[in-house]
Design a protein around this ligand. Structure first.
Ligand SMILES: [Zn+2]
Length: 481
């Protein structure tokens, strides 16, 4: 029988911090699409001799916020080192990074994965998260290569996980959670297409039950969440085949080829590369005094895990609580609807299905919602008080979404309010009973569900204006006589 193998997966994620300027100079951080290559550079970030780095306080603050979101211990003293390698995208010949003493030490986050009806949770350790500067961007043509230094010196946070993941799904969930947390605390915009979030994956296999890690490979060039998942699954299958043939996995760096859906070797003996780290002599140690750290902590928003727990406490399912905390803006919108008086369950339903559905169809975010939170609360109130039915509310919702008008005004305008005149309701009920002897006979035989058909008939007669709950009661009353 073939040996059963267990995958061991770790991720290294680079996020570009959303500070206004670069890590060690005052050039703008973040590409202005309109400006051409090599326009947002200065002698410092293009590595001219004689220039000195100056620490960007804003980037440090965002790096610490990110660390706090990851549950990391903030190190009061951290330091920068030079990492040497020779490549045209690195003008100084070294990258300023944190190595032995990163600003964020050990941390831990919780991931959620699995099917909607059977969500699983798992803790994933964070080894550390350190600050560094980005390299330039090179593009290779057939006869020549081009280098754009706009990206050189942009502030990055590298988040290194513990090798705690055991499947591609767990890695996918981890990545999703990192992105949610980074955006939640405004540390990074995490736009993968703009290179604001980059992922390298380490994969190895070991026989089930064995503690010692197997030989790992590192996969680069992962441009989407899907690529991360596909590449891990491919690599698990490839390594399983190698080991089952009695061969050895070669430690190497692989590139993901998304056209062919395979990994390809990039260079081997990656670990043989000696970066000759040494302390950056031009930067003093980064010291976070207690009062400064306390200030950063005090400015932190409530984190998604705490919000989720709070929402579950309101009676929502874990799944709904997850959807309502997908971004901080969604959570705050939901809370604003509650504050305006709507019950939690109804508010959750309207937001998770109707509102997010409509926004999603147009590729919009909750910030773009044409329906203000208090207007949605008003609509929910009209349903709750029986003024309009849920079906009518759907119509009102659509109009509100199109026009941004208020619910009560639209109900008036569309002539939608429910008929609650008892005389009229009884007349409709009697008419429906007279027209459906079979449903009446079924009811008398004990089939109480037969009332549903009669309610439906009344709803058609009244063009949806009868209050279905009250109608049900009236019909049962008449039929029980
Ligand atoms: Zn610069």
């Amino acid at each position: 029988m073939a040996t059963q193998f267990e995958p061991v997966i770790g991720l290294e994620i680079h996020v570009q911090l959303a500070s206004k300027t670069k890590m060690f100079c005052t050039c703008p951080n973040g590409m202005d699409e309109s400006s051409g290559p090599n326009t947002e550079i200065c002698p410092r970030c293009s590595g001219q001799p004689g220039t000195l780095p100056v620490m960007n306080e804003g980037a440090v603050r965002l790096g610490v916020r990110a660390g706090l979101a990851l549950g990391c211990k903030t190190n009061e003293v951290s330091s920068f080192e030079r990492k040497h390698y020779f490549y045209p995208d690195l003008p100084k010949g070294y990258q300023i990074t944190q190595n032995a003493h990163p600003v964020n030490g050990r941390g831990e986050i919780e991931i959620t994965f699995g099917p909607k009806t059977n969500l699983q949770k798992k803790k994933i350790g964070i080894h550390h998260a350190h600050l560094e500067e980005d390299a330039a961007k090179s593009s290779h043509e057939a006869q020549y290569s081009l280098v754009d230094f706009n990206r050189a010196g942009c502030p990055l946070l590298e988040i290194v996980s513990m090798p705690d993941m055991r499947s591609a799904d767990e890695a996918y969930a981890y990545l999703t959670e990192i992105k949610r947390l980074m955006k939640w605390v405004d540390a990074s915009n995490c736009d993968m297409e703009k290179g604001e979030l980059r992922v390298d994956v380490n994969v190895s296999l070991r026989p089930v039950g064995q503690e010692k890690f197997g030989t790992r490979t590192e996969i680069k060039n992962l441009n989407s969440f899907k690529a991360v998942r596909d590449a891990i699954n491919y690599e698990i299958a490839r390594q399983t085949e190698v080991l089952n043939k009695g061969e050895k996995v070669v430690q190497q760096t692989l590139l993901w080829d998304k056209e062919q859906n395979i990994t390809k070797p990039m260079r081997s003996k990656e670990d043989a590369l000696d970066y000759r780290y040494f302390p950056e002599p031009d930067l003093p140690p980064l010291i976070l005094r207690k009062d400064r750290l306390e200030k950063i902590k005090a400015d932190m928003p409530e984190l998604p895990a705490a919000k989720e727990a709070k929402f579950v406490g309101l009676g929502l399912s874990a799944y709904d609580a997850g959807v309502l905390t997908i971004t901080r803006a969604v959570a705050e919108y939901f809370e604003a609807v509650l504050k305006a008086g709507a019950p939690a369950k109804a508010a959750a339903n309207w937001i998770t299905t109707d509102l997010l559905g409509a926004l999603h169809a147009e590729n919009k975010e909750i910030e773009d919602s044409p329906i203000a939170a208090e207007n949605l609360a008003e609509l929910i109130g009209l349903v709750e008080s029986g003024k309009i039915s849920r079906t009518q509310a759907k119509t009102v919702f659509e109009k509100m979404y199109q026009t941004g008008e208020k619910a009560a005004a639209l109900v008036e305008k569309l002539g939608l309010s429910q008929v609650s005149d008892e005389g009229q309701l009884f007349a409709w009920a009697q008419e429906a009973i007279n027209e459906a002897p079979k449903a009446v006979a079924d009811f008398k035989k004990g089939n109480r569900a037969a009332v549903g058909a009669l309610v439906g008939a009344v709803m058609r007669k009244s063009k949806g204006k009868a209050n279905p709950k009250r109608m049900n009661e009236i019909l049962v009353e008449l039929l029980s006589k």
